[in-house]
Design a protein around this ligand. Structure first.
Ligand code: FMN
Length: 180
């Protein structure tokens, strides 16, 4: 797959299974996450790699943090098991005169995107998810997200359960204007 094919064919993989990225591939994915545009090189992000027993730990955290009714709690408990690996991308805002937290949030979002792309390039599937629990104070505390920091996303990574049909490309016609 060429770089352009990778960019033009990116799509999410909702159904994921084992194997998760091996140690070497995980390091490549994390390195891609570190290689993002980053104003003033603040590295305003943190990655929490969740695998194995960590998935149960995350499941417990989501359930304990949720005030939902029992039927929904069952669904919530299963969420982390939708993939064998989750990378939780969170912000680590740095106080800086020229780089507002808005820019730092965008940079952390780029991390999630870059890691999804790296996962694809290595033959894995991935899906970026948030949901209301990403904004839940107790979930944030459990993931040691301090102060005004944010959970940018839960990047689910694994092996696609089945071969994916490539979605049709989206037209950019109504999304672009030209100054010439
Ligand atoms: C910040 C962010 C949060 C997202 N959260 C969810 C989510 O919680 N659930 C979901 O189904 N899709 C979520 N998505 C969208 C999917 O990752 C995916 O992009 C979307 O389903 C479109 O599919 P595609 O990536 O194949 O184009 C989120 C995307 C972003 C950028």
């Amino acid at each position: 797959m060429t770089s352009i094919e990778l960019l033009l064919q990116r799509q999410s993989t909702p159904l994921l299974t084992t194997p998760a990225p091996n140690h070497h591939d995980l390091e490549t994915i994390l390195a891609a996450g570190m290689r993002v545009p980053d104003h003033a090189c603040l590295q305003p992000w943190h990655f929490t790699v969740v695998t194995g027993n960590g998935l149960q730990r995350l499941s417990d955290l989501l359930v304990q943090s949720s005030d939902s009714q029992s039927a929904n709690l069952e669904k919530i408990a299963k969420m982390p098991f939708r993939a064998p690996m989750i990378i939780v991308v969170t912000t680590e805002f740095v106080q800086h005169d020229k780089v507002p937290s808005q820019e730092q949030l965008i940079t952390a979002g780029c991390c999630a995107h870059a890691m999804q792309m790296a996962a694809f390039a290595l033959g894995y599937g991935a899906m970026w998810r948030t949901g209301e629990l990403a904004y839940n104070t107790k979930v944030k505390q459990g993931l040691v997200v301090k102060g005004h920091n944010e959970i940018v996303g839960f990047l689910y990574i694994g092996t696609p359960c089945r071969e994916q049909v490539l979605k049709a490309p989206k037209s950019f016609e109504n999304k672009v204007s030209y100054w010439q």
